[in-house]
Ligand binder design. Structure first.
Ligand code: HMG
Ligand code: MG
Length: 292
């Protein structure tokens, strides 16, 4: 019943570093991304083309993207909130972007300063333009298990926003438990609703680990047939607009758990562990990896 292969999408250089107090110099980000894409990961989210006033940590987006090695078998998606971001991404040759919406009004306002409806219209314009340049577009839906500003989020709302992004042309919809308040029960209900609108092969689990539940929730997602999991090296990061310090689930722990389940990832866990250890030393922060 579980998938044989799971694609792990590494989001540490973006979702992780956007929320680290220490500003990592571009050359160190480039080194991190190069090492990650040399570990067997097939997708390494690289940076975001957002306003540097909103997220100063990603202010070096062009330099970082231009500086990394681009392996032909690895994708390097970048977050893009609007056409302005897309234009900058195109200048440095980005091939894959991610638009990012949410299932709650409160989070959408705080994160991208507009309503859900307005955000979807912006994304429509971004996606249309991106398709003209043959870019792949991934779609994020945040706050799928709850919102820091408005509490519960209806699984039907998650399904609705996911379907709209999918119909607009996103090849994959990544479901974000932005503040890590999901439980296995909530995961089950949310996915049951979303799968009625978007084929399960097109869904990814993007879970944060605030309450140590991410791995349990991922297992529920795998049982539902999800075979793409987002995670962050050493558990770096979270979201600057979520009040709780909700770090992404740690990549090493995810890969180890998948291996224990007999699921292939194509990733060299020893390499990952070393990368996680080096980056947490550099950032002087805790390493969430549970392995010896
Ligand atoms: P706004 O202030 O409403 O935008 O922000 P605006 O269009 O009025 O522009 C204001 C200023 O920003 C202008 O500059 C623009 O040129 C500039 P000024 O004239 O004041 O000097 N600007 C830009 N600069 C660079 N790149 C751009 C860009 N766009 C405008 N693309 C905006 C709206 C969306 C820009 C802003 O709210 C923003 O950048 N938000 C980003 C928030 C963000 O990055 N959040 C983290 C990512 S989401 C996340 O982490 C969740 C996820 O992991 C999934 C999960 O866990 O749930 C994906
Ligand atoms: Mg996230």
């Amino acid at each position: 019943k579980l998938p044989k292969f799971v694609k792990v999408v590494e989001v540490g250089p973006r979702d992780g570093l956007q929320n680290e107090a220490t500003l990592l110099p571009a050359k160190d980000k480039i080194d991190l991304i190069n090492r990650l894409s040399d570990s067997g990961l097939k997708t390494v989210e690289t940076t975001s083309f957002v306003s540097p006033k909103w997220v100063p940590q990603m202010g070096d987006n062009m330099e970082v993207f231009a500086g990394i090695n681009k392996y032909p078998n690895v994708s390097y998606p970048c977050l893009v909130p609007n056409v302005k971001g897309l234009e900058q991404a195109l200048k440095v040759g980005v091939k894959e972007i991610a638009v990012f919406g949410a299932a709650s009004e409160g989070f959408t306002q705080k994160n991208i300063n507009c309503s859900i409806a307005e955000s979807l219209e912006r994304f429509r314009a971004v996606i249309e333009e991106a398709k003209k340049h043959n870019l792949l577009v991934r779609g994020y839906v945040s706050t799928v298990m709850g919102c820091p500003y408005q509490g519960d989020v209806d699984p039907e709302k998650v399904a609705e926003v996911s379907k709209i992004l999918y119909d607009m042309g996103c090849y994959e919809i990544s479901l974000g438990d932005t503040i890590g308040i999901g439980t296995p029960e909530k995961t089950d209900k949310m996915l049951t609703a979303v799968k009625k609108q978007v084929p399960v092969e097109k869904l990814a689990a993007h879970f944060h680990d605030t309450f140590d539940k991410a791995i349990s929730n991922i297992l529920v997602a795998l049982e539902h047939g999800v075979s793409v999991v987002d995670s962050s090296i050493a558990g770096l990061g979270g979201c600057p607009y979520a009040k709780k310090q909700a770090g992404n689930v740690c990549t090493e722990n995810v890969v180890y758990s998948l291996q224990q389940l007999g699921i292939e990832t194509g990733i060299d866990l020893l390499k990952l562990k070393q990368i996680g250890s080096d980056i947490t030393t550099k950032l002087k922060r805790d390493n969430m990896c549970l392995l010896e």
